[in-house]
Design a protein around this ligand. Structure first.
Ligand code: NAP
Length: 250
């Protein structure tokens, strides 16, 4: 058997009940990581648990709504108590939200999209940063979207949430410069998941990437030998986007 590159590593994966997060969680488990799997849908998490066992690893299932921010704080405390550190954070959970002209967006829809795609990731950073610092090679990846830059009509909250996420993660990366922690963003391109089906109802998506196509890039970004930080990796382009590294304070 080939050496598993994430043996004994503890990984949090959000949005692990289906889609990209589900496939990424299995790929991390195949490399030996113990996966702390977060989402609301218990059935999806239980299916994942079965797949992770088949892959020869283990999972801890955490069925929570990520807009329950106090639960994210409790997650940090529980991980500290049980494992004393965190090696990997995959901030993948996201929603497309309502497709509506910006001026017609209901406050509840705006708040939900920003809440899941942006605020929950900030709360994860706030809760888990101290635990990543206790790892010898803490790694974090957040899933962004080309729509942070190439906007479409009727998806203003989604685009704003992903642009905000990129600014948040790149700022955090700049702050971590003196630590071994590396944090990056991953832009998956169009992937055949429930989210894309909602965006294009009835359209044939069989020519799109599958979640399993994206998972190897997630693994590469969290390997202990990954030295890039504060950058955006585009799966479609097969490389880093031209953003430049985060700058230190002048
Ligand atoms: P998906 O199949 O709809 O999966 C979304 C995941 O997020 C599910 O596991 C869902 O779990 C979880 N989630 C949503 N709201 C949540 C909440 N309030 N609390 C906890 N978990 C929540 O979509 P996907 O395409 O895999 O999306 C994954 C990421 O990729 C997202 O950040 C998305 O923006 C990004 N992305 C996707 C595409 C694409 O073409 N598919 C393109 C660019 C970027 P529950 O519903 O069980 O809670």
């Amino acid at each position: 058997m080939t050496e598993r590159r994430l043996e004994n590593r503890i990984a949090v994966v959000t949005g692990a009940s289906r889609g990209i997060g589900y496939a990424a969680a299995i790929a991390l488990a195949r490399e030996g990581a113990h996966v702390i799997a977060i989402a609301r849908t218990v059935g999806g998490l239980e299916d994942l648990d079965d797949e992770i066992r088949k892959a020869g690893s283990t999972a801890t299932l955490v069925p929570v709504d990520l807009t329950d921010y106090a639960a994210i704080d409790r997650l940090g405390a529980s991980i500290h108590e049980r494992w004393g550190k965190l090696d990997i954070l995959i901030g993948n959970a996201g929603i497309g939200g309502a497709m509506t002209p910006a001026g017609h967006l209901r406050e509840k829809d705006w708040n939900q999209t920003i809440g899941v795609n942006l605020t929950a990731n900030w709360r994860l950073i706030r809760s888990l940063d101290p635990l990543l610092r206790l790892s010898d090679a803490g790694r974090a990846v957040f899933v962004t979207s080309g729509l942070a830059h190439h906007t479409l009509p009727y998806l203003a909250a989604y685009s704003a949430s992903k642009a905000g996420l990129e600014a948040l993660v790149r700022s955090w990366a700049a702050e971590l410069g003196q630590t071994p922690i590396k944090v990056n963003l991953l832009s998956p391109g169009q992937v055949n998941t429930q989210m894309l089906k909602k965006l294009y109802p009835g359209r044939d998506l069989s020519d799109k990437a599958t979640p399993s196509d994206i998972a190897p890039a997630v693994v590469d970004l969290v390997l202990p030998d990954q030295q890039h930080s504060g950058l955006i990796y585009s799966v479609a382009a097969g490389g880093w986007l031209e953003t430049g590294p985060p700058r230190p304070i002048a």
